[in-house]
Design a protein around this ligand. Structure first.
Ligand code: PLP
Length: 394
């Protein structure tokens, strides 16, 4: 087909049903108006950035000096890296130095940089199923293979299954908590057990294995505590962003960070900086780095998302869906009342103008994903619709 990459064409066709649903959503909105469609399909932060960020951004723009918009070092501005280092050091009670922080183009950029830095073709990276659909593409960008490993029924890392999927080719695992698409916050004890497995595997195979810790929802956490990967393991690469907690997903600012005592921290950092450059990112958006560096604190309040989480839980419970209550992030992952969840999602769109995402794109059929990063009004409006939808399958 037009002499394009076979891998890209395969990826394009693989998502065709997602596109169909998306087109159906666009069609419904055009006919009935966006306010008459309940769109739960989009993972965009609905809450605007905190006043502290907007103020810092305004001050930055107002005071921009000659050269403020030029290239900066590939690693990022020292003052932005220092801010991230301080924030993460406090959160994880571990020493993270700005020398071991690299500013990136979002968490997506961070993961691509980290994967490029560690992967040789044929290497394996474990992904916990269901998984953020982009992981597979990110891993394959560098000739790696994504090795799926199913989470437990309540969406926690399954240590027995993990032990079975580690091979001599395992180079890393991506751990995302709070988790997209399920909303689970992984327990410390599970991470500890995973850390032990990885430690044993490093010993057995005589090479390094990395835990890529993807935590863009870490400040959107409601009932649980964020597990601390640095307690569990010694080769942790935090690859994350400000997209969700600061609500600046479109501004593309993320970071990679290593603890000071990570083996070969300097070599690893140099590799990340090299990859940031050679992947063509060059440096992360500089205005955003300056704005973040100006903020007193990177901490945010998740109240607005907690309120939405509680609302959607009551809507889904009332309708009779089976699901695990999300502890963080802004997604929930209920069971489809019929095996064919694509048919279920199509029915929801056609009969009730409810847009939800079939789960097979996340590597696990039989469920659907719903984003509660929407207005509380929309969640309330959907209450009778979800009830009626569920009744159709009773
Ligand atoms: N990782 C997870 C689990 C996500 O859900 C997302 C975005 O939805 C990303 C990474 C990418 O984040 P960013 O927009 O910062 O690149």
């Amino acid at each position: 087909e037009d002499n394009l990459s076979a891998q890209v064409l395969q990826g394009l066709n693989g998502g065709s049903w997602i596109r169909k649903l998306f087109e159906e959503g666009t069609r419904l909105k055009a006919i009935h108006g966006a306010d008459n469609v309940c769109d739960f399909s989009i993972g965009n932060p609905v809450i605007d950035p905190p006043a502290s960020f907007l103020k810092a951004l305004q001050e930055e723009v107002a005071s921009a000096a000659h050269g403020s918009h030029s290239y900066i070092p590939n690693q990022g501005l020292p003052e932005a890296r220092a801010k991230v280092a301080q924030f993460l050091s406090e959160r994880f009670a571990v020493s993270i130095r700005h020398e071991h922080v690299v500013m990136t183009v979002g968490a997506g950029g961070a993961l691509n940089v980290a994967l490029k830095a560690i992967l040789n073709p044929g290497d394996e990276v474990i992904v916990l199923v269901p998984y953020f659909a982009e992981y597979k593409g990110y891993i394959e960008n560098y000739g790696g293979h994504a090795v799926p490993c199913l989470l437990t029924e309540d969406f926690q890392p399954d240590i027995e299954r993990l032990a079975q999927v580690i091979t001599p080719r395992t180079k890393g695992i991506i751990v995302n908590t709070p988790h997209n698409p399920t909303g689970a916050a992984f327990e410390q004890a599970r991470l500890d057990a995973l850390g032990k497995l990885l430690q044993d595997a490093q010993h057995k195979y005589g090479h390094s294995i990395y835990m890529l810790f993807d935590e863009p929802y870490s400040q959107l956490i409601y009932d649980a505590q964020l597990a601390n990967p640095f307690i569990s393991y010694n080769r942790v690469v935090v690859a994350s962003s400000f997209s969700k907690d600061l609500g600046i997903a479109g501004e593309r600012l993320g970071y990679i960070a290593l603890a000071e005592d990570t083996p070969n921290a300097e070599l690893l950092t140099n590799a990340f900086v090299y990859c940031n450059r050679t992947l063509g990112f060059v440096n992360a958006p500089v205005l955003m780095q300056r704005a973040v560096a100006r903020m007193d604190s990177l901490k945010v309040d998740a109240y607005g998302y907690r309120e939405r989480r509680d609302l959607i839980v009551s809507v889904l419970e009332e309708a009779g869906f089976t699901f695990t209550k999300p502890e963080g992030g802004f997604f929930v992952f209920p069971k489809s009342p019929i095996e064919d969840e694509v048919a279920f999602c199509q029915h929801a769109a056609q009969q009730y103008r409810i847009l939800i995402v079939p789960s097979r794109g996340f590597g696990l059929p039989g469920y659907f994903r719903l984003s509660f990063s929407v207005s509380p009004e929309q969640i309330e409006r959907s209450r009778p619709l979800f009830k009626a939808l569920m009744n159709d399958f009773k």
